[in-house]
Design a binder for this molecule. Structure first.
Ligand SMILES: Cc1cc2nc3c(=O)[nH]c(=O)nc-3n(C[C@H](O)[C@H](O)[C@H](O)COP(=O)(O)OP(=O)(O)OC[C@H]3O[C@@H](n4cnc5c(N)ncnc54)[C@H](O)[C@@H]3O)c2cc1C
Length: 426
């Protein structure tokens, strides 16, 4: 199936299932250029420039509310990073003034775009860095914990500080970088199919169901790939654009000792579950991305209400990234759905079992590379020890998190190198 981690398909009832809930951010320059080139920019449904946090009752000891609390951080009309700092400073419910000031002070080097500073923090976890910068424990659990899970499906104690700081730097890089949008329908229809057609219209072919079994080596170069069903594709240059664990299988063991690509064999991946819940009525009042600390729903969205393209008009169809999924992924569907529903119900009282029409899970045991301490340094570039073989994928090092933007950036670099290798100028 085309689309990889951005694929979607219909279930037996004809409802849409996706590999993952995907939001597109305003600063995804390479993705937006691709959307424009293909003529599909209009498929991004931009949401208000607000980041919304949903706190279940009793999650914080700062208030004794028995209701959930929703904090909307509205980005203010100032240049970045002041618009984001302003959004946090203006927050009403969750952080006190001292915490807000410590936040502004603690994150300053990153918000000012000091990338080298961020790179020096790869050996420690985000929580260690946060505490060392004197920011509050409450802010760590309430604000950064769901962000870390949304970013890499990895907890603040296990994620590299550099990975988190890069995201903050990205959010601070331009005024709209943090504005989220969704596709106006399932990605297979709105994103993947148009791209495959665009390629076809230029006389090129996309062959699906052509899993690469091995690389064909001839002397010191790669002459192409052999597929699982025995077909051979020959090429002057080859780009290996598969997830890191599959790249590790396809590259010969001796090549994985080379410093250029040794990280391919060492990087691990985060598990994730994408849960889909259809309700018989609207249960939430938000169409934006929601971050929810203290739950197993760190990031979720009501796509039914956000877009008619999900064919659940006027009712809630909520997609949830269930994380951390390291243990949950081993549990049966009923258990996981029960836990998801319990947490959703705490945030949206109407999200109850009585109002639930159905629920489905997609499990991905090895999704994006796990950005644990030290992992950033292991991310390979596009070059390999073989001059006509290149790597692409969101795990490669393009100074961006594992994301759609990272995947497109990496492809751009690999394609340029491959064209240069075969003597084509772009
Ligand atoms: C649940 C979830 C939610 C996410 N949410 C967001 C989000 O909101 N925003 C965002 O920017 N990013 C998000 N991401 C991350 C984003 O999906 C990925 O970073 C991106 O899609 C990775 O693209 P890729 O091309 O590197 O890898 P993939 O999308 O995994 O593509 C690799 C392709 O290689 C194919 N392949 C594998 N092995 C072989 C083989 N041997 N031969 C041939 N082909 C092979 C696979 O079938 C696949 O099509 C999310 C990911 C998940 C899992």
């Amino acid at each position: 199936m085309a689309g990889g981690k951005l694929s979607s398909w219909r279930d037996r009832d004809g409802d849409w299932i996706e590999s993952g809930l995907h939001s597109f951010f305003g600063g995804y320059d390479h993705v937006h250029k691709l959307l424009e080139d293909v003529g599909i920019s209009h498929h991004v449904l931009w949401q208000p420039h607000t980041l919304t946090w949903a706190f279940p009752p009793g999650f914080s000891n700062r208030w004794d509310s028995t209701d959930p609390v929703f904090e909307e951080f509205h980005f203010v009309d100032l240049p970045a990073p002041l618009n984001g700092v302003g959004a946090v400073l203006k927050g009403k419910y969750v952080f006190n003034t001292v915490e807000k000031l410590l936040f502004a002070k603690g994150t300053l080097p990153v918000l000012l775009g000091d990338h080298e500073y961020a790179e020096r923090q790869d050996d420690i976890s985000y929580s260690t860095w946060h505490r060392a910068r004197g920011m509050s424990e409450h802010m760590l659990r309430a604000f950064f914990a769901p962000m870390s899970l949304a970013l890499n499906f990895t907890s603040i104690d296990q994620i590299s500080a550099e990975a988190m700081l890069r995201v903050m730097a990205y959010f601070a890089s331009s005024k709209n970088a943090s504005r989220a949008g969704f596709l106006d329908g399932p990605p297979s229809e709105r994103f993947v199919k148009p791209i495959v057609e665009h390629i076809g219209a230029r006389g090129q072919q996309v062959h699906l169901s052509a899993g690469a079994a091995e690389l064909i080596f001839e002397g010191d170069r790669v002459a192409g790939v052999k597929t699982l069903d025995g077909r051979e594709y020959r090429a002057e240059a080859t780009i290996l654009a598969v997830p890191v664990h599959n790249a590790a299988r396809l590259l010969p063991a001796e090549m994985l000792r080379d410093p250029l690509v040794h990280g391919v064999g060492k990087l691990t991946s985060s598990p994730i579950i994408n849960a889909h819940l259809w309700f018989d009525r609207p249960v939430s009042r938000f169409t934006n991305l929601i971050f929810a600390p203290g739950t197993i729903l760190p990031v979720h969205a009501d796509l039914g209400q956000a877009s008619a393209g999900y064919e659940w008009p006027g009712k809630s169809f909520i997609e949830v990234c269930v994380a951390p999924a390291d243990d949950l992924i081993k549990q049966d569907d009923e258990t996981v759905i029960g836990r998801v529903l319990d947490d959703l119900h705490k945030l949206y009282p109407l999200a109850s079992r009585e109002n639930l029409v159905k629920a489905k899970l997609v499990r991905i045991p090895r999704s994006v590379y796990r950005a644990s301490p030290g992992a950033e340094r292991l991310r390979p570039g596009a070059r390999t020890p073989v001059r006509n073989l290149f790597l692409a994928g969101c795990y490669t090092n393009h100074r961006f998190p594992a994301s759609l933007e990272g995947a497109v950036r990496s492809a751009r670099v690999a394609v340029d190198l491959a064209l240069e290798q075969v003597g084509v100028r772009t």
